[in-house]
Ligand binder design. Sequence first.
Ligand SMILES: [Zn+2]
Length: 251
Amino acid sequence: MYIDAHAHLDQFKENIGTALKIINGERILTLGCSMDIASYRFTKEISSSSEFIIPAFGIHPWKAAENLDMLGECDKLISEAACIGEIGLDFYWDTNKENYPAQYEVFEHMLDRCRLYGKVSNIHTKGAENDVLRLLKSYNVISPIIHWYSGEIDILKKMIDLGCSFTVSVDAGISKATRELIKLVPSELLLTETDGPNSLVWINGKYGYPDEVKNIVRSIAEIKNTEVEKMRDIINSNFIKKLNLFKERKE
Ligand SMILES: [Zn+2]
């Protein structure tokens, strides 16, 4: 089995059938993150056809402004979902400062509910790493998963101290910063992710299917100087521990 702890299944569009075949065939346990209510409903629907898909509900920071008046409706979905994501802040790709108050409001609402319902969160931090760290501390949420971290090393160290896990993405064998992160983060806090099909296009022009996680595990193993199978087993057990948290909180 492999782990994809941050995927966007709705982004496969007409290729979703192929993606599902790969997920089931290769046994890739997949946390299907949401951008908004519609994408959560899509992922929840297809999760009924595969034991390897776990739907996560969240409002992505890029979608915060347009979903501000939907927060009341979100609470039921937050309480039913196994995990809350993708949520967070983004001051790098979202250059429109007018959106930032809405990003804070949505993210803080989600963190408050994560604390209230005891949910594990899946967090986007791009260009807002310090603020995310500050808010994770102040809302005292359990065991967050930090997605594709690319910020300063000193903030990364503080997130490690806080007990965050980190999903390593498709640039594992390519990016110098990701190599540094893999070296620094203890193996028991590492997970793997593909971030949907379009992230690999962004890295090397290729369309990314879920089995890209195999290449990521290989890169992590090489950097950690560990056998590939051993690394895969460590990542699997890291995610199973998270899953148990999901389940404990659900009951
Ligand atoms: Zn994402």
